[in-house]
Design a protein around this ligand. Sequence first.
Ligand code: NAD
Ligand code: ADE
Length: 511
Amino acid sequence: MNETAMDSKTFMDTGLPLFAGLPHKIADLSPESVRFGRKELDLALVEMPGLVALREEYAGLKPLQGAKIMGSLHMTIQTAALIETLVQLGAEVRWVSCNIFSTQDHAAAAAVAGPDGSAQTPRGVPVFAWKGETLSEYWWCTLQALVWPDGSGPNLILDDGGDATLVVHMGCEYEQSGEIPAVETADSQELGVILSLLHQVRAARGDRFWHGLASTIRGVSEETTTGVHRLYERVENGTLLFPAINVNDSVTKSKFDNVYGCRHSLVDAIMRATDVLIAGKRALVCGFGDVGKGSVQSLRGQSARVAVTEVDPICALQACMLGIDVVTIDDVVEDFDIFVTTTGNKSIIGVRHMRRMKHNAIVCNIGHFDNEIDMGDLEKLVAAGEVDKIQIKPQVHEYHFKTTTHGPEGRGHSILVLAEGRLVNLGCATGHPSFVMSASFTNQVMAQMELHKNAESYGKTVTVLPKHLDEKVARLHLGKFGAKLTTLTEEQARYIGVPVDGPYKSDLYRY
Ligand code: NAD
Ligand code: ADE
């Protein structure tokens, strides 16, 4: 088959040509959807002082002129504000969501229409994302955002969880080794989809496509703990292809978004999904890191009785000091009403636990990937006829265990699984509020500007932004609270060994 014919061959079950050349693909570009998205974007900007300040600081200067940014990050209203900040600063942008359930369709519509466009005449950015993608659609979207209309690729990636970075690296690795593993060798459905994509891209574009794409990518900024973890693994095994900035470990990201963002959005999601009273319920939060701490606050704020599980004695001791029981899930699974995984690890809740849970226990995950809950094993029980899967509404499912005897009247019990085990705050609600995302995204914009200016000076390493920029992000957000900082005197600054204008802490300080 010649190149053009292969390009138009549809990808898996999507019905969409592999290299579709579409200007965008979203769920709803109606005038109503655009209006709703643009109105919510206006409201969001009032709560995003960091992004607004960067727009003002660089007005007319276009520090991102020449940047071609491919973004893979939840396509929400807050992300639309990020996208339009990057564009105002001069970048060309293409976007996908980093999760199949996290897109807010009106946010995608607002971003496609743009500030000066409309539903009829979109003038915004190419977005390929909609709520409720299949896995094959998800990876198709990622490919579309990586390829510019002239066939070129991005020179920067803005990633959340590392999927865009992953596909570029995998593509290059298999071009290097010559062989793409057979789809049948995949140990997960998702890996099967990625391998299918790589096979089909090779058939259409040959075995230098990913090298060509990677050769123009100067760097990536990574949003989240799990994505950053993947990057450090690559540095360790010497496979990172371009410099990376770890946005997650800016203090004004992980100690705010991961904690206070989840404090807001976890119970928001559980309530929108189930409407169940949280007060007095027993909730088990697996993992007491940053997201775990926010999740515990979220549930305690609703007067749930919360316990945690941990593997790290320091985090466990932190929980104890707050009067929170530290338990193992195996010991207590029968006693809890709500389970939340926050570990960034895999196989935290298995079907062996689900079998023992209370009738209508709520099970959800707020970590980045869906493998914290063994959904694959649960689906196998559905396929085997041992469990019935009943959709209550999209992203809320009852799984009824037919052979257990501790349900109503000694019959089988059910559990309620939210967002099919994917991150619940974006699957069943709208994620963190704008103010929190403003701090995260101000770091992102600064990381992109730094990479655009200086990527080559970093080498193939992972770097965090300097502390003075972290402090700048915090400073930009204080005004909104009417907070007034005390100014150090010269004498005080000398006494504690810091400059009057900061940075105020050494890199060892843990906040
Ligand atoms: P973290 O490293 O601070 O916390 C994870 C905690 O889980 C650690 O304390 C670790 O010791 C613990 N843990 C690991 N394995 C465990 C196990 N088997 N049992 C019990 N505890 C275990 O990471 P974080 O910043 O809190 O992020 C957690 C996850 O949430 C990541 O996947 C991250 O990418 C994601 N995240 C999601 C959102 C969101 O909006 N949903 C926001 C930020 C981060
Ligand atoms: N991560 C958590 N909440 C988010 C939001 N509202 N937008 C984008 N990414 C997010």
